[in-house]
Design a binder for this molecule. Structure first.
Ligand code: LIP
Length: 264
């Protein structure tokens, strides 16, 4: 069995266990642990507990790997493989009781730098929907056992996803970008979870997704899902504090890049 498939299967197993812990904690009642970059950027006790579980399971299975998670200190490894983890992506949704949250676990070759890493495997688990999206490099993307393919035809315009940052000062610029991209859209969805938005692009539930300011753990697994489902993912403005991620089938991806590229 290839390393990518072994990594995918490990990520899948841990994502399901972690997701069920998140779902149980949600049912018991969520407790705010802290705020981060702004009052809107929250972390719950469940975020921290779920990431600790994922970290422990990965250390048990692959003690020499590196780790980058949203809620704990990064560690470099000696195997050349780094795990990039968002324990609960869609934290605000989770805190409000909305079902649009997911556990996102990715394994990359190299350090946890999206400008140089090589994605190897990923799993995105949606506990509320009981849906597990998985991918391994060169092995395709799946929802359960179903192979996934991005949408390539958008005769009525593209159904697009996007998102906005926690800093209100960035909202005007992001809304201006959204207004520009709407010229190619049939409609817009704003789920609040980048991992699920990217999983939905891979599954053909969205035609494309773009968002500025994502963290590596938000998109590490979902981006591999899109590529393994036949789509494209690009990051532009990577030297700025808020790089833009663009994804979709080739035509939608290229059209979004063209529109946003004309802006900057
Ligand atoms: C979230 C992303 C979402 C974005 C939110 C936030 P978190 O990640 O998944 O797409 O719009 O602002 O960054 O903070 O829930 O892990």
């Amino acid at each position: 069995m290839s390393t990518e498939i072994e990594l995918r299967d490990l990520a899948s197993e841990i994502a399901k266990e972690a997701g069920e812990l998140a779902r149980r904690r949600r049912a018991e009642g969520v407790h705010l642990a802290a705020t981060k970059s702004s009052i809107a950027d929250i972390v719950t006790e469940a975020d921290r507990e779920v990431e600790a579980l994922i970290r422990d399971r990965l250390r048990e299975a692959r003690p020499g790997d590196g780790f980058l998670g949203e809620e704990s200190e990064p560690t470099s490894g000696e195997t050349g493989i780094t795990w990039v983890v968002d324990p609960i992506d869609g934290t605000v949704n989770y805190a409000y009781g909305s079902p649009m949250y997911a556990v996102s676990i990715a394994a990359v070759q190299g350090s946890a730098d999206p400008d140089s890493w090589e994605p190897l495997a990923g799993a995105v688990y949606s506990p509320a929907a009981g849906e597990l999206f998985t991918a391994a490099r060169g092995q395709g993307a799946r929802l359960g056992e179903q192979r996934l393919s991005v949408n390539e035809s958008t005769p009525a315009g593209a159904l697009l996803g996007t998102g906005f940052g926690y800093d209100p000062a960035t909202h005007d610029g992001d809304l201006a970008t959204t207004r520009s991209v709407m010229t190619m859209a049939r409609d817009l969805r704003r789920s609040g979870s980048a991992a699920l938005d990217l999983s939905y692009v891979a599954a053909g539930r969205l035609d494309g997704y773009f968002e500025r300011g994502l963290k590596p753990w938000d998109f590490a697994a979902g981006a591999l899902l899109v590529v393994e489902a036949g789509g494209r993912v690009s990051r532009i403005d990577v030297a700025t504090p808020r790089p833009m991620l663009i994804s979709g089938g080739t035509a939608v991806h290229d059209r979004i890049c063209d529109i946003i590229g004309k802006e900057t």
